[in-house]
Design a protein around this ligand. Structure first.
Ligand SMILES: Nc1ncnc2c1ncn2[C@@H]1O[C@H](COP(=O)(O)OP(=O)(O)OP(=O)(O)O)[C@@H](O)[C@H]1O
Ligand SMILES: [Mg+2]
Length: 155
């Protein structure tokens, strides 16, 4: 695949990272969340999240503006729940001539909550956080600039 950006959309524990691992082998994955993992476990804090996003954006810009010409399949593995957040990712990719695909995880809330409960303690969230994320999520649309949108609903 050449110059294809995949933007994941979905609340916590909806299966985004698992879907990426299974369906985008060889992709460059930009995952702020993955940068919060340390040898001592998952360490979440607002400054660390901010830093992780900044580092992913630096890597993203480097890919888009590579002097030899950007190529490949790149995945943004983050919740990207609303249009404003998604536009920050789409707009520079489109300006650089990339095709942008949205993958919307339509995993039912009760499945997300059950998967969250099954996670290790340092990755387990208070259920209300996931309920709120699912409430805030808007589905990606072609009007936002996506070339293609795939809705994923797995049990
Ligand atoms: N299709 C599936 N069938 C069964 N279990 C799954 C499936 N997809 C994901 N899971 C499990 O659900 C949990 C959450 O999945 P995953 O980490 O991929 O979610 P996520 O959307 O990336 O969450 P986060 O936003 O917190 O990173 C994991 O324990 C994973 O093993
Ligand atoms: Mg994930």
């Amino acid at each position: 695949m050449n110059k294809v950006l995949v933007v994941m959309v979905g609340p916590q524990a909806s299966g985004k990272s698992t879907w990426v691992a299974n369906n985008a082998p060889g992709a460059r994955v930009l995952s702020p969340d993955a940068l919060l993992q340390t040898p001592e476990g998952y360490r979440w804090s607002e400054p660390r999240v901010k830093e992780a996003w900044a580092r992913c954006h630096v890597a993203f810009r480097a890919i888009l503006h590579a002097p030899e010409g950007a190529t490949g399949l790149v995945v943004w593995d983050a919740m990207n729940l609303d249009r404003a957040r998604r536009t920050e990712l789409l707009a520079p990719a489109q300006r650089a001539g990339w095709t942008v695909i949205g993958i919307a995880m339509l995993t039912p809330l009760e499945v997300c909550l059950a998967r969250n409960e099954a996670r290790p303690p340092d990755r387990r969230l208070t259920p209300s956080i996931i309920i709120d994320a699912q409430r805030r999520m808007t589905l990606p649309t072609t009007a936002e600039g996506f070339n293609l949108i795939q809705r994923i609903r797995l049990p």
